[in-house]
Design a protein around this ligand. Structure first.
Ligand SMILES: Cc1cc2nc3c(=O)[nH]c(=O)nc-3n(C[C@H](O)[C@H](O)[C@H](O)COP(=O)(O)O)c2cc1C
Length: 171
């Protein structure tokens, strides 16, 4: 049962990017746990591996297909992203720049990585959304190896609790 089953009308949007499927798995598990709606950030075109690393390292943006960025009608946003070059993919930077209707709304960040850079990645998402007046609630990190082994449940459970316990948004 969803953690939000007893709190009606709370719309949780979980927006994620995933190149190789790990972040997608974790985001889907969180959506199931909190009763959130999933939206995938889809690049217009995936650049090559070298450019992926470089564009992330330089904080660049790259074009994405239309995705829900207007948060009117959304009560809680979760951004789920892989760590790239200790930062976030250019497609996630583009999404963050598009977010609107966000002022005063709570958000959490979920980062998925090979082994290092989670704190910097969370800080990037935080800075961008807080600049739009959003309120940071929590973050969680999962490791690629944990996801491959199906052992990311506890991290998701903890994150789900912080979302469920966050003060309800103003009506
Ligand atoms: C271009 C690129 C850069 C990466 N840089 C990092 C990094 O700095 N730190 C890290 O822990 N993992 C790094 N990774 C590994 C990914 O974060 C990891 O494989 C993650 O599980 C990918 O998620 P996905 O399957 O949803 O695409 C990088 C992967 C790519 C493709």
């Amino acid at each position: 049962m969803s953690l939000y089953a007893c709190r009606v009308m709370v719309v949780i949007l979980i927006v994620y990017y995933s190149w190789q499927g790990h972040t997608e798995k974790v985001a889907a598990a969180l959506a199931e746990r909190v009763g959130g709606r999933l939206e995938k950030i889809e690049p217009v075109s995936e650049v090559g591996m070298f450019r992926k690393g470089m564009m992330a390292a330089f904080g660049m943006r790259a074009a994405i297909r239309p995705v829900q960025a207007d948060l009117t009608g959304v009560d809680f946003l979760v951004v789920a992203t892989p760590v790239w070059s200790q930062k976030v993919p250019p497609y996630v930077n583009e999404y963050l720049s598009q977010v609107s209707g966000a002022s005063g709304k709570p958000f959490s960040v979920l980062v998925e990585m090979g082994g290092s850079g989670a704190e910097k990645a969370v800080a990037i998402v935080r800075k961008s959304l807080e600049a739009k007046g959003m309120r940071f609630v929590s973050s969680a990190t999962t490791l690629e190896s944990e996801v491959d082994a199906g052992q990311f449940g506890p991290a998701i459970e903890r994150l789900a609790r912080t979302i469920a316990e966050a003060p309800a948004p103003a009506a």
